[in-house]
Design a protein around this ligand. Structure first.
Ligand code: SAH
Ligand code: SF4
Length: 365
C-alpha cells in the first residue's frame, strides 16, 4: 500500500496526529518548517527531529508521491507539468507568469464527471478525486522546480482551474486551501487563490458559509438556460435561476466580488443579443461581479465548436461595457504548447492508447 502525502495535513492535524502517536505536538512546527521553509524532500533531511519521530513519520507518510512525466515550456514562460500519481494516473499542473506574480493552476480530480461539451477534461470521465496532499504537492513540485533554477522566484497565486470540479471534491479542496494559506507554510493569501466551479449550487452556499475566504469564479458561459443546458449538462440539475440565487447568497454573505466566466463559442453564445441578455442577467449584481470572457481553445481537430473571431469578441465586450458591466478578456498563456487545461493530459492518454493499440495489433499479427 502506498503511503499518503504528508502535504495533505494542516499543522493542527499533524500536531494531533503526533500527539496520538505519543509525540509532542510542538514537533509539528519543526516538520512544517522542514517541508515549507527548507523545502526538504525526505524526512532524513530533518535532523532537528528526534530519530524516533522521523522513523514514525517515514513509516506512515511520503513527502514525494508525484513523479514528473513530461514538462513543456512555452515562449511566454508558461510551463505545463504532467505528473504521474502513485496509481499511474496522469495529471496536469500549469505555471503561468503574470505582471503581478507567478500563478499555478492545479488539478483536483482525475478526469471530470460534469462533462461540459467544450472541455477536454470532461471528455475523460472522473476516475477518482485527488487527495489534498496530491493537490498541495502539485504546488510544491512547481516551487521546488523554481528553487532549482535559483532565481528566487515564488509561487504567489493559485487558480483551482485545472482538470476536475473542485466542489465535487469539497473536503480535499478545502484542506488544500487551509494548508497553502498557512502563514507559516506556503503563505499564499486567500485573496491570491481563486476557485472555479461549474455551478454546484449547494456547494456554493457551503463555500459562502465556510472560513476559506478565497476568490470564487463561476463558469456561467451562457445567458439563458437553453444555451447553458446545450453546452453544460450540469444546467439541468442546477439551472441559471438557483445558480444566481446561490451567487446572491455568496455576495451577501461575504461582501466580496465574484468572477463570472464566459467562454465564447462561435455562433453559439457570442452574438450581440447574447451579450445584451448577459448584461441583463448580471444586472443588479454589476457592482460585485466581473465578467471574464474566455476565448475558446479548440479541444482537438474534431471539435464541435469554433473560436469566435477577434471582431466578435470585441463587439461582445463593447456591448457589456455599454451596459456598465465590468468585463475583461482572459489573456492566454502557453498557446504554443498545449493550450487549454487538460489538453496535455488528454493528448498523452490518447497517444498512450494509440501506442497500446499498436502494440496489441503487433502482438496479434
Ligand atoms: N471545473 C471547474 C474548474 C476547472 S475548468 C469549472 O468548470 O469551472 C476551468 C475553466 O476552464 C472553466 O471556466 C472552463 O469552462 C474553462 N474551459 C474548459 N474548457 C475550455 C476550453 N476548451 N477553452 C477555454 N476554456 C475552457
Ligand atoms: Fe469539468 Fe470544468 Fe471541464 Fe466542465 S469545464 S468538464 S466542470 S473541468
Amino acid at each position: 500500500m502506498s503511503k499518503p502525502s504528508i502535504y495533505g495535513l494542516t499543522v493542527d492535524q499533524l500536531a494531533a496526529w503526533l500527539a496520538e502517536h505519543g509525540h509532542k505536538k510542538s514537533r509539528a512546527q519543526l516538520v512544517w518548517e522542514g517541508l515549507y521553509r527548507k523545502r526538504v524532500t525526505a524526512f532524513s533531511e530533518m535532523p532537528e527531529l528526534k530519530p524516533e519521530c522521523r522513523t514514525l513519520l517515514e513509516e506512515h507518510f511520503a513527502i514525494q508521491t508525484l513523479e514528473e512525466h513530461t514538462r513543456q515550456e512555452s515562449a511566454d514562460g508558461t510551463i505545463k507539468f504532467l505528473f504521474r500519481l502513485q496509481d499511474g494516473n496522469l495529471i496536469e499542473t500549469v505555471l503561468m507568469r503574470h505582471k503581478f506574480g507567478l500563478s499555478v493552476c492545479v488539478t483536483t480530480q482525475v478526469g471530470c464527471n460534469i462533462g461540459c461539451s467544450f472541455c477536454a477534461s470532461g471528455l475523460l470521465s472522473k476516475s477518482r478525486d485527488l487527495t489534498s496532499g496530491e493537490i498541495v504537492e502539485q504546488v510544491m513540485k512547481v516551487q521546488l522546480f523554481l528553487d532549482g533554477r535559483q532565481n528566487n522566484e515564488r509561487v504567489s497565486h493559485i487558480v483551482v482551474m485545472g482538470i476536475g470540479e473542485p466542489f465535487d471534491n469539497f473536503e480535499h479542496m478545502s484542506n488544500f486551501i487551509r494548508v497553502i494559506r498557512d502563514p507559516k507554510g506556503l503563505a499564499i493569501g486567500p485573496r491570491h487563490i481563486t476557485v472555479s466551479t461549474s455551478g454546484l449550487v449547494p456547494k456554493i452556499r457551503e463555500f459562502a458559509d465556510s472560513d476559506l475566504g478565497t476568490n470564487l469564479a463561476i463558469s456561467l458561459h451562457a445567458p439563458n438556460n437553453d444555451i447553458r443546458t446545450r453546452i453544460m449538462k450540469i444546467n439541468r440539475a442546477y439551472p441559471i435561476e438557483p445558480l444566481m440565487e446561490a451567487i446572491d447568497y455568496y455576495l451577501e454573505k461575504t461582501n466580496r466580488r465574484i468572477t463570472l466566466e464566459y467562454i465564447l463559442l462561435k455562433d453559439v453564445n457570442d452574438q450581440p443579443e447574447h451579450a445584451q441578455e448577459l448584461a441583463e442577467l448580471v444586472g443588479s449584481r454589476r457592482n460585485l461581479a466581473n465578467v471574464n470572457l474566455i476565448p475558446y481553445n479548440p479541444v482537438d481537430e474534431h471539435s464541435q465548436y469554433q473560436r469566435s473571431s477577434k471582431e466578435t469578441i470585441t463587439a461582445f465586450y463593447d456591448t457589456l461595457k455599454k451596459n456598465n458591466i465590468s468585463v475583461s478578456v482572459r489573456l492566454e498563456h502557453g498557446t504554443d504548447i498545449d493550450a487549454a487545461c487538460g489538453q496535455l493530459r488528454s493528448k498523452q492518454i490518447q497517444s498512450d492508447r494509440a501506442r497500446g493499440a499498436k502494440a496489441n495489433r503487433a502482438a496479434n499479427e
